[in-house]
Design a protein around this ligand. Sequence first.
Ligand code: FA5
Length: 341
Amino acid sequence: MSDALKAFEDGLDEVEASYREVLSGAADEPSLRAANAKLVGPEGRLTKLLKLMKSVPGDRRKDLGQRSNAVKNAIKELFDGQLEALAAAAREAELTGPALDVTLPGRRPLPGRLHPITRIKHELMDVFTSLGFDIADGPEIDTHENCFDKLGFPPDHPATDMQDTFFVKGADGNVDPRTLLRTHTSTIQIREMSRREPPLAVVGPGVVYRRDDDATHSPMFHQLEGLLVDENVSMADLQGALQVFLSRLFGEVVEVRLRPSYFPFVEPGAEVDARRPGGEWMEIGGCGMVHPVVFEHVGYDPEKWTGFAFGMGIDRMAMVKYGVPNIKALFENDVRFLSSF
Ligand code: FA5
């Protein structure tokens, strides 16, 4: 007798003798499926055996083939029967087991809440609309002209170094030096004045981008731009508007100071700092009286019109209001941190 024939016959004898016990011993569906796979799965006993068939002498193939098929069918039948029996037993256990306890407390859905920056943005828009300001918007990708030139930045002025940004590729695939991610919301001033006649009062919140990265600087952050143009506007009006919105936002717990500073598009210009009592000063924005050259660029008569503008860092205001030491914490989306406010 050939070795292959003997191995085949012995193997088949063994499978025939053991499959019933193997399948009936399974107590649940996963173990039944595992037992079935040991017999007829890709690596199963019978599957491997059938691969030997081609080495079996020709005159025995028919007879052994028939026996193998019969075992295969028997295995399938037993498996199906067992599967059904296990499902029926599980159903039965559910029906006769302990009843569903309808008094158990439900699972409470976790309510979402607004991000602290979104909340401050909404509060700011509420304050300014109640003071008569309109809400304005502008695109995050804008032109060099709207972001710098019309605001009075001379070409290649060092002031643009502080607002190094990300440029955008044009349709030809080359970086277009005239199209960029806006570095401040002051683009909104230019856009609003270019499409409207004075007098006007607008605020525009938005996302801006710079090549910045440390504890108080993020490469993507939020600003709120404010612009008021009318006749006889003075620095006192600016200070008044700042005082109203900052005291509404912070209450009385935060001190605010103005510090003279330079921005090409205002004259005079100032920086706005805030701190909690005993804490560190934090620069939250810039402001000033609109420079006549800006009015000229948008076609307003600088002899007739005056105005103030400001640009506040919304993230910085959130840091002061909620005592957040590192700006990154606002963007990591750690729910434990965000839900502590
Ligand atoms: C400006 O962006 C001016 N456009 C503001 C302005 C508007 C002045 C109108 C006058 C008139 P500045 O670069 O200082 O200015 O930014 C304004 C505020 O944005 C800062 O005071 C600070 O609060 C915030 N800020 C600036 N860079 C970052 C940054 N990388 N991450 C977070 N906040 C920032």
